[in-house]
Write a protein that binds this ligand. Structure first.
Ligand SMILES: *Cc1c(COP(=O)(O)O)cnc(C)c1O
Length: 394
């Protein structure tokens, strides 16, 4: 999966273009930059890829989530529904804008369960952020219906699913805004970077201004720009954007390779009765960065996860014990630990994170093992891997 597996001449060329001009800033320096606008080019190509009307790059996926929420009118004291299975960045970004993360159940897609969503909606719920985890999608059509019915903003965390689609529409395009991450271990990497897409011009304007100190980006003299509102610095640099631009152009090929590699392993695992597979609402739209399987119960899942590690089958996380990706081990959230007082410490009615009960999610995560799909595997390496995996199930 990680795009860094296939760094080559293309990334070097884009980076050298930037270094040769000395312009690392994404705005201005029109003459000095010798026609190179890496962030702008990336944004244009991200629109082409997703079909979105507007896109904007940020310094990270976490930044993208913060900027997207603020730009869609989510702020202090608002409740935002998120899944308990995600990278910590999803709820962190909610806390960072002073909003309150509320955790809802996931289903066998490993993403938010649309059928349980309404149980978690209150009069303070302003947004839902489903996360398209591990390269595949939530039941995003149903989630959108629930959001629309309840007049709630839908923002997609597609940080792990760039290039994914649901019935032909890009993941990230179902709500008011969609966010991607281009950090060092994502499918498309900039080193550090993120992106936001939207179809609404007014939201886009909020996004590019808020992500750059509230500057309105009008006129040629940067120092004379107006500030319609307060902002922050969530900008990407031209160097990071240059790497990502080369990577984005390789995405279709990456997904093809991942699909082929995943299929070989999945076909082999179909022979094993005790294994069932993650529900993928639209297989064609899967980016195939992971193959996720269910074992009959927690005991067997732990047994298999241990044996896979012992057999040297690398990259097979048992998420239920993982400190980055499942709520059970998010001690900092559970205790609301911080070096200082955060806005959430002032709210009396935020959930008691020590006491979150999500039995359906627990039951699913307890029996889930994922297998990361790499780009550089040769066919014989995959066959060797399959032999080892089948050996573990004997
Ligand atoms: C990686 C990731 C993020 C955050 O992205 P960064 O670029 O690392 O800040 C957010 N959500 C999910 C689901 C992620 O996997």
């Amino acid at each position: 999966m990680p795009g860094f597996e296939i760094f080559g001449e293309e990334e070097k060329k884009e980076v050298l273009d930037v270094l040769e001009t000395g312009v690392l800033f994404r705005y201005g320096f029109d003459n000095a930059r010798n026609g190179h606008w890496k962030a702008q080019s990336f944004e244009k190509e991200l629109c082409d890829l997703t079909g979105a009307g507007f896109s904007h790059l940020c310094s990270s996926g976490t930044a993208a989530l913060c900027v997207a929420m603020v730009s869609c009118g989510i702020g202090a004291g608002d409740e935002v529904i998120v899944p308990p299975f995600t990278f910590v960045a999803t709820f962190e970004s909610v806390l960072n804008i002073g909003a309150i993360p509320v955790f809802a159940e996931i289903d066998d897609t490993l993403c938010l369960d649309p059928e349980k969503l309404e149980d978690f909606i209150t009069e303070k719920t302003k947004a839902v952020i489903p996360v398209h985890m591990c390269g595949s999608m939530a039941k995003i059509d149903r989630i959108k219906e629930v959001c629309d019915k309840n007049n709630i903003v839908l923002i997609e965390d597609a940080c792990q699913s760039i290039g994914g689609t649901f019935h032909g529409t890009a993941l990230g395009r179902f709500g008011k805004a969609g966010c991607y991450s281009f950090d060092a271990v994502k499918t498309v990497t900039c080193g550090e970077g993120g992106g936001i897409i939207t179809d609404e011009k007014n939201i886009y304007d909020n996004i590019h201004m808020y992500a750059d100190h509230g500057h309105d980006h009008i006129g040629n003299d940067r120092g004379l720009e107006n500030h319609p509102f307060l902002g922050m610095n969530y900008r990407i640099s031209e160097l990071n954007a240059a790497v990502g631009l080369a990577q984005l152009r390789k995405l279709p090929e990456m997904i093809k390779t991942q699909k082929r590699n995943k299929k070989m392993i999945k076909d082999a695992l179909k022979e094993i009765n005790e294994v069932s597979f993650r529900n993928i609402p639209d297989e064609d739209g899967d980016t195939a960065t992971f193959l996720s399987v269910f074992l009959p119960d927690e005991k067997r899942a732990r047994d298999i996860a241990g044996k896979l590690a012992k057999a040297g089958v690398t990259g097979c996380p048992y998420w239920y014990d993982n400190k980055w990706h499942y709520i059970k081990k998010w001690d900092h959230l559970i205790n609301l630990s911080a070096p200082t007082k955060l806005p959430i410490h002032k709210y009396e009615n935020h959930p008691d994170y020590r006491n979150i009960k999500l039995p359906q999610s627990d039951n699913i995560m307890k029996k889930t093992i994922s297998m990361q799909i790499m780009l550089n595997w040769t066919e014989s390496e995959i066959e060797e891997r399959i032999d080892k995996i089948l050996g573990v199930f004997k």
